[in-house]
Design a binder for this molecule. Structure first.
Ligand SMILES: NC(=O)c1ccc[n+]([C@@H]2O[C@H](COP(=O)([O-])OP(=O)(O)OC[C@H]3O[C@@H](n4cnc5c(N)ncnc54)[C@H](OP(=O)(O)O)[C@@H]3O)[C@@H](O)[C@H]2O)c1
Length: 381
C-alpha cells in the first residue's frame, strides 16, 4: 500500500537527498506535504513532481507579495501544523534545521505517525517529553542521523540488556588537522569545507567544533536509553563505519557505508523492509585502512558539553542548542573566532540552572533565555 510522506525542510540538504532518492528508488511513497522556510523557488522545484502536495513556507506570512495567492501555500509555523493535519501523512521526514524542528516532531508523535528524524535538535531539546508523547500514541522514531541509523541497524534483533556500550564515529570536520594555535584565525569558508560530507552550514560547523557530536550523544541517550558512560565517541577520518555496538559477549557489530545521507534516509523510509536502491556501494577493498582515534578534548571542548547536559538533564539540552545556534551564526558572520563558539556555549551553560520540562512552553522558555545569554556573551567578546 502506498504510504503518505511529508518532507519537512524539503529545500535543505536532507530534504533534497530524500527527493532525489524518491525519484530513483522503488519506494512506494506519495509526497503529501513539503516545507521550506523562505526559499520559494527551491520549494517550487522540489514540489514539481508532487502537484497535489501541500506546500508550506514557515518563514513567510500570508499576503507575502512574492508568493502567488492562488498557489495555496501554508505560512508560518502554525501553517506547517495545519498542513500536516490536512495532509495526514503516515511518515514525516523532519529535515528542518535547528530548534524550529521540534513542534513538527511533537505533532508527528502525538498523532501516532512514524517520525523519520534528521532534526536531532528535537531530541536534544525535548527528548523525554517527545518520548512520552510517542509512548502515549505508540508512534515510532526512526533515526536518519547516520550514526544513529547505524546503531539502530546493529541492534536489530538484539536484547538491550546485552549491550555493553555503543560507539558513535566522528569525522573531526574541516579543521581536524589545523594546528591548535591556528584555529583562532580560521575563516568561516575554511571551516565549511567538510572533508567527507556535504551538509547544511550549521551542522558542518558543528562537525568542526564537534558540537554536532555532543548533540548526537544526547540523541543516542534518548533513542537507545543508555547512560553517558556507555556512549563513546571515536574520531574516524574515513566516515565509513558510522556506528558500532559492543555486546557483553565481547562481540562488536558495526554498520559501514559510504558517506551518503541517502543510505540512512532510505533505511528509514523503507523500514522495516530493506528496500532496493542502486547506491554506489561501499567496496571494502578501496579502504586498506580504517582508523579510530580517541577525541582530543583540547581540540574539541564542545563534546564534553554534550555529556554535561546529559548529566544535568531537564532543559539543559535546549540551552546547549540555542547558545550554539547563536554562537555559530556569529562565527559565520565573522563576529567571533572559531574557538569562541564552544567558549560562549560553555559560559551560557555555567549560568544556567536546569529545570525539568513537561511542555513545549518550558522548552521554548529555556531556548529564549539561552539565546539572550549567548547574545550578552557576544557583546562582551
Ligand atoms: N545534512 C546532513 O547530511 C545531515 C545529517 C544528519 C543530520 N542532519 C540534521 O538534519 C537537519 C537538517 O540539516 P540540513 O543539513 O539538511 O540543513 P539545511 O541544508 O540548512 O536545510 C534546512 C532546511 O530547513 C528549512 N529551515 C531553515 N530554518 C527553518 C525554520 N526556522 N523553520 C522551519 N524550517 C527551516 C530550510 O528552508 P529554506 O531552504 O527555505 O531556508 C531547509 O529546507 C538538521 O537538524 C541536521 O542536524 C543533517
Amino acid at each position: 500500500m502506498t504510504r503518505r510522506l511529508a518532507i519537512l525542510g524539503a529545500t535543505g540538504s536532507i530534504g533534497q537527498s530524500a527527493l532525489s532518492l524518491l525519484g530513483e528508488s522503488a519506494l512506494d511513497l506519495e509526497v503529501v506535504c513539503l516545507s521550506a522556510h523562505r526559499n520559494l523557488e527551491a520549494l517550487v522545484n522540489a514540489s514539481a513532481p508532487w502537484p497535489e502536495a501541500r506546500r508550506v513556507l514557515t518563514g513567510r506570512r500570508p499576503g507575502d507579495p512574492s508568493v502567488p495567492a492562488e498557489a495555496g501555500y501554508g505560512f508560518g509555523p502554525e501553517g506547517l501544523l495545519e498542513s500536516l493535519e490536512a495532509a495526514d501523512p503516515d511518515l514525516v521526514l523532519n529535515g528542518i534545521t535547528g530548534a524550529a524542528g521540534i513542534e513538527a516532531s511533537a505533532w508527528t508523535l502525538a498523532h501516532g505517525k512514524t517520525l523519520c528524524l534528521a532534526n536531532k535538535e528535537s531530541l536534544v531539546l525535548g527528548g523525554p517529553w517527545l518520548l512520552s508523547l510517542a509512548a502515549e500514541t505508540g508512534a515510532r522514531i526512526l533515526p536518519v542521523d547516520s550514526e544513529h541509523a547505524a546503531i539502530h541497524q546493529c541492534l536489530r534483533g538484539e536484547r538491550r540488556t546485552d549491550i555493553r556500550c555503543i560507539y558513535l564515529t566522528a569525522s573531526g570536520g574541516a579543521l581536524r588537522d589545523v594546528p591548535l594555535e591556528d584555529l583562532d584565525a580560521i575563516e568561516p569558508t575554511v571551516a565549511l569545507r567538510h572533508p567527507n560530507w556535504s551538509m547544511g552550514a550549521r551542522i558542518t560547523i558543528g562537525s568542526a567544533t564537534m558540537m554536532n557530536k555532543a548533540f548526537e550523544v544526547l540523541e543516542a541517550h534518548h533513542l537507545f536509553d543508555l547512560p553517558g558512560d556507555r556512549i563513546r565517541v571515536l574520531l574516524h577520518r574515513q566516515s565509513i563505519v558510522h556506528g558500532m555496538v559492543s555486546f557483553r559477549d565481547g562481540s562488536i557489530v558495526a554498520q559501514l557505508g559510504k558517506p551518503d545521507m541517502r543510505v540512512p534516509i532510505h533505511y528509514c523510509l523503507a523500514w522495516p523492509d530493506r528496500g532496493e536502491f542502486a547506491f554506489d556501494g561501499f567496496d571494502p577493498e578501496e579502504f586498506a585502512s580504517l582508523t579510530f582515534e580517541t577525541v582530543d578534548p583540547r581540540r574539541f571542548p564542545a563534546l564534553a558539553l554534550g555529556y554535561e547536559c546529559l548529566e544535568r538533564g531537564g532543559d539543559a539540552g535546549s540551552v546547549l542548542n540555542a547558545a550554539d545556534e547563536i554562537a555559530t551564526e556569529a562565527f559565520l558572520k565573522g563576529r567571533i573566532s572559531f574557538r569562541k563558539i564552544a567558549e560562549i556555549v560553555e559560559k551560557v551553560l555555567e549560568r544556567h540552572v536546569p529545570r525539568p520540562i513537561s511542555s513545549i512552553e518550558e522548552i521554548l522558555a529555556a531556548d529564549e533565555w539561552a539565546r539572550e545569554e549567548a547574545r550578552r556573551c557576544l557583546d562582551s567578546v
